[in-house]
Design a protein around this ligand. Structure first.
Ligand code: NOJ
Length: 756
C-alpha cells in the first residue's frame, strides 16, 4: 500500500514531463524539478555514501548493520550505501530513506561485483585471456542479473586499470597490460552490466575505476604514488577509461594514488578537464573508500574541510566513507567558499543515474526475494561460468603432446595444495560467493574420467598456515613437509601427475602487493620431489598474477595456466585436460623471467641502444638475465598448430584519410580443430614522440577445423595509426609503419607501408 502511495505521489510531482519528450530530456526536467525543492542539507546528503558492516559471507540483519546511520538515512542525508546485500536487507534500508525523508529520494546501492555475485566467474585477469568480448559481456550480464535480484543496482566495476607490474596485487582485477585489449574489453563490461537500458530491472550501473593511473603505483606497491608522463597517461592509461565513458558508463571512481604530485581524488585535470569536459561524461564520480579524507595523509589538505573543498572543486561528486562532505560541505557553501552550483552539478549527476535506473518509479524494484531465490546460482549461470572458465585457460607448455589426457586407461595422481581447494578458485573479489563452493580440480577430474578409481589424491603440503580470509595477512607454510612422502608414492604409482600449485586467492587483490612473485612456501620443493619420482607432470597453475616460472618451464613437460576460475573451476580445467575443449586463451600480461624485470611489457620503446651491435656491456640490458619475458603478451598454445603465411598488404601507401588492408592466411596444421587469436600489431617507425616497438591494434578469434586455412583481413585507418600528443590531441604523422601479424607479441610475420 505504502509502495503504491509512493508511486502515485511521485508521478504527480513529476507529471510535467510529457510523453512526447525524449527520455533524457524528461529525466533532466525531473532532476531540475527535485533539485529546486531540495535544501542544502538534502543536496549534500545525496553526495554521501555510507557502508554497512563489512561482511563477506552474508548480509547482517538490517537493524544491526544500520546502527548509527538510521537517523541520517531517515533525514535524507545519505544518497547511497555500499555493502548492503540481499533483496531483504536492501528493501529495509531503502524503506528508511523513502518512507522517512522529506523528498523520498531513493538510495542507490553499490557493491563490488567484480567477477560474479554468487555464481563466480574467473577473475578478470583470467577472463581477459579469452580476448573475447562475448565472454566478458555474458559474465557481467549474469553478474548484473544476480546482483540486481539481490537488491543491488550499482557495481564498482569494471576495474580498467592498465598495469605492467605483477608485483601489484590488483592486476587480478583488470585486463592486463595493453590499452587496446583493455579498451575493447572495458566496453564489453559496460555493455554487460548496463544492458541495453539501465532501466531494466536486470541491469545495474557500472563504475569505471580507478580514475586514474592506479596500476602504475611505483614498484607495484599498492596505494603508492604514481609518477608518469603525459605520454603514458594519454596513450596507455586513459584509453580504457575513455572506452567506458563512450560506452555510457554511469559512474566513475577515483583512484587512491597521487598522480605526478596531485592526488587523483582532487585532480581537476583528470576529473573536470578530461572526464567531464573533453569526454562529456554525464554520470557521477564516486571517491574510493575514504580517498577524500586521505587527501590529508597525502599532504594535500590540512583537514577534512580542506579535503572536501579540494575534492568537490576537482569534480568528485560522492564521498565514499570519507565523512568530509557530510561534515564540511554545508559550512563551505554557506561561507561562500564553494558555490552552490558545484553542489547542484554533483547532485544533478547523481539523481540522473537514479532516474535512469528507474528508482524513482519503483525504489524497491531490485528487492524481489522470489526473483533473488530463482536467479542466484541457477543452472544456466553455472553452465555459462564453466564455458567462460575454459575459455580463460592458457596452455603455456605442452611437450610431446602430454596433453590432452585420455579419459580411461591412465592412472592419474592429483596432487598439491590447490588440488582439492574449493575456496581459492572463487577468487578474491568474491562478492557473495558461498565459501568452499567451487568445484575443485580433484572433483572435476573424477567427474571427467571413466573410472575414478584410477585417480589418487595427495595434498603434498599446505600452501598457507591457518585460515585464509579476506582481511587477513596470509602466512605461508615454509616448513611442514609431512605430506611429501604420501605425494611421492602417489606420483610413483601414477602414469601422469597433475600438480596444482600457485597462489591462494587472497595473495592478490587490494593491499596484496608482493616483492617475490615466485611460488611461495614449500611448493617448489614439492615439485622437485615429485619430478624426481615421475617426469610426466602437468603443472596446473592457479594464481592471480603473472608468476616467475623459469624452473617449472625448464623441467615440467606441460603447464596449464588456470588462474582462479570461479565456481566451475575443476570442471572447466578437466574439460581442457581431457580435450573436451581445446585451449585458446592468450596472456594479457607478460610473464617475467625475474621479478627484477618488472615493470615488463611488450609495448616498450626501442631506446637508443636496443641491441648489442658492438659487443660489450654498453647497451640496454641486464647483465644477469635476458630482457625478454618468459612468456610474452598474447602468448598461449593450442592442442593443434597454426601456420602463418607472409602478410599481404593491399597497397604500399595509405593517405592520411584513407584505409589499408593487411591480410594473412592462417592454417591449422594439426589433427584437431581449434581456435586461434590472430593478433595485429603496428609500429610507427619514426615519430615526434617515439612510439613503441609494437602496439596491438586489432585481433580476430577464429575457429579452424583440422587442416583448414582461413584468410584473416584487417583494415587499418588513421585512428589505428595515431597517437596522443602531450597536449592530448590525437595526431597522425606521415612515414613508415611496420605491421606485424602473428600468434603473440613476439612470434609474428612482418610487413610495412607508408602513410603519405
Ligand atoms: C576500495 C577499492 O579500492 C575499490 O576498488 C572498491 O570498490 C572500494 N574499496 C569499495 O569496496
Amino acid at each position: 500500500m505504502k509502495r503504491i502511495l509512493f508511486i502515485i505521489l511521485l508521478t504527480t510531482a513529476l507529471a510535467s514531463c510529457t510523453e512526447s519528450k525524449k527520455n533524457t530530456e524528461c529525466i533532466d526536467e525531473k532532476v531540475d524539478d527535485i533539485i529546486a525543492k531540495m535544501t542544502l542539507e538534502e543536496k549534500i546528503g545525496q553526495m554521501v555514501q555510507l557502508t554497512s558492516r563489512w561482511e563477506m559471507t552474508g548480509p547482517a540483519p538490517a537493524g544491526e548493520h544500520m546502527q548509527g546511520q538510521l537517523q541520517a538515512i531517515k533525514n535524507g542525508e545519505v544518497g547511497s550505501m555500499l555493502n548492503v546485500t540481499g533483496a531483504e536487507a536492501c528493501f529495509e534500508a531503502q524503506k528508511l530513506a523513502v518512507e522517512n525523508s522529506r523528498l523520498k529520494i531513493p538510495m542507490i546501492f553499490g557493491y563490488d561485483v567484480m567477477h560474479g555475485y554468487q555464481t563466480m566467474f574467473p577473475i578478470p585477469l583470467a577472463m581477459s585471456a579469452s580476448w573475447d568480448t562475448a565472454v566478458i559481456r555474458l559474465a557481467s550480464k549474469i553478474a548484473a542479473r544476480e546482483a540486481s535480484s539481490a537488491g543491488l543496482n550499482w557495481t564498482f566495476g569494471p576495474m580498467v586499470d592498465i598495469s605492467r607490474d605483477a608485483r601489484w596485487g590488483r592486476v587480478m582485477e583488470g585486463s592486463g597490460e595493453d590499452p587496446y585489449l583493455g579498451s575493447v574489453l572495458a566496453k564489453a563490461y559496460i555493455e554487460g552490466y548496463q544492458g541495453n537500458t539501465l532501466s531494466s530491472h536486470e541491469s545495474i550501473a557500472a563504475c569505471a575505476k580507478h580514475f586514474a593511473a592506479y596500476g602504475f603505483a611505483i614498484a607495484g606497491r599498492d596505494y603508492n604514488s604514481v609518477d608518469i608522463s603525459n605520454n603514458t597517461l594519454f596513450n596507455v592509461v586513459l584509453p580504457p577509461f575513455k572506452a567506458c565513458s563512450d560506452a555510457g558508463a554511469a559512474t566513475f571512481m577515483n583512484s587512491f594514488n597521487d598522480l605526478n604530485g596531485i592526488p587523483a581524488t582532487a585532480n581537476s585535470f583528470l576529473l573536470r578537464d578530461i572526464l567531464k569536459e573533453k569526454w562529456e561524461f554525464k554520470g557521477f564520480v564516486v571517491s574510493d573508500w575514504g580517498s577524500i579524507r586521505e587527501l590529508i595523509d597525502h599532504g594535500n589538505a590540512a583537514d577534512k574541510k580542506e579535503a572536501a573543498l579540494k575534492a568537490v572543486i576537482a569534480g568528485s561528486d560522492m564521498d565514499m566513507e570519507g565523512d568530509c562532505y557530510a561534515s564540511s560541505l554545508k559550512e563551505l557553501v554557506e561561507s561562500g567558499t564553494v558555490s552552490e552550483t558545484i553542489i547542484d552539478d554533483a547532485v544533478e549527476r547523481i539523481l540522473r543515474v537514479k532516474f535512469q535506473l528507474g528508482l524513482f518509479d519503483d525504489p524497491y524494484k531490485y528487492c524481489d526475494t522470489t526473483r533473488e531465490k530463482a536467479e542466484l546460482l541457477k543452472a544456466e549461470n553455472l553452465a555459462a561460468s564453466r564455458d567462460i572458465a575454459r575459455k580463460s585457460i592458457v596452455l603455456l607448455k605442452n611437450n610431446n603432446k602430454l596433453l590432452p589426457l585420455k579419459k580411461s586407461g591412465q592412472r592419474i595422481a592429483v596432487i598439491g595444495p590447490l588440488a582439492n581447494d574449493k575456496d581459492s578458485p572463487l577468487g578474491s573479489w568474491r562478492a557473495q560467493a558461498i565459501r568452499n563452493s567451487a568445484v575443485s580440480l580433484l572433483e572435476g577430474v573424477k567427474a571427467a574420467v571413466e573410472d575414478s578409481s584410477k585417480i589418487t589424491y595427495a595434498l603434498g603440503a599446505n600452501l598457507t598456515i591457518g585460515e585464509s580470509r579476506f582481511h587477513k595477512m596470509l602466512q605461508f607454510n615454509e616448513t611442514d613437509k609431512s605430506g611429501f612422502a604420501e605425494a611421492i608414492t602417489a606420483a610413483k604409482n601414477a602414469d601422469v601427475v597433475l600438480l596444482a600449485i600457485g597462489e591462494n586467492c587472497f595473495q592478490t587483490a587490494e593491499g596484496r602487493s608482493q616483492v617475490d612473485i615466485g611460488l611461495k612456501g614449500v611448493q617448489m620443493e614439492l615439485f622437485r620431489e615429485l619430478y624426481r619420482a615421475n617426469k610426466n607432470i602437468v603443472i596446473v597453475l592457479m594464481n592471480g598474477r603473472p608468476l616467475v616460472l623459469n624452473e617449472l618451464d625448464e623441467k615440467a613437460p606441460a603447464i596449464l595456466e588456470t588462474w582462479h576460475l570461479g565456481s566451475e573451476s575443476g570442471n572447466a580445467i578437466a574439460d581442457v585436460l581431457f580435450g573436451d575443449y581445446n585451449p585458446a586463451g592468450k596472456l594479457s600480461m607478460s610473464f617475467p623471467r625475474a621479478v627484477g624485470q618488472c615493470p615488463i611489457y611488450y609495448n616498450h620503446l626501442n631506446t637508443g641502444r636496443p641491441s648489442n651491435t658492438w659487443g660489450g656491456v654498453f647497451w640496454s640490458h641486464y647483465t644477469d638475465e635476458e630482457n625478454s619475458p618468459l612468456y610474452p603478451f598474447g602468448y598461449g598454445l593450442s592442442y593443434t598448430n597454426f601456420d602463418y603465411s607472409p602478410i599481404k598488404m593491399s597497397a604500399k601507401t595509405m593517405s592520411s584519410n584513407g584505409t589499408i588492408k593487411a591480410s594473412i592466411d592462417v592454417k591449422n596444421t594439426g589433427n584437431l580443430d581449434g581456435e586461434e587469436i590472430v593478433q595485429l600489431y603496428i609500429q610507427d617507425v619514426t615519430a615526434s614522440i617515439v612510439q613503441p616497438v609494437r602496439l596491438l591494434k586489432a585481433f580476430n578469434k577464429i575457429f579452424l577445423k583440422a587442416g583448414e586455412t582461413k584468410t584473416v583481413e584487417f583494415t587499418l585507418s588513421a585512428k589505428d595509426l595515431s597517437f596522443y600528443s602531450n597536449d592530448y590531441k590525437l595526431i597522425l604523422e606521415p612515414g613508415t609503419f611496420n605491421v606485424f601479424i602473428g600468434t603473440n607479441a613476439r612470434d609474428t610475420q612482418t610487413s610495412s607501408f607508408t602513410v603519405e
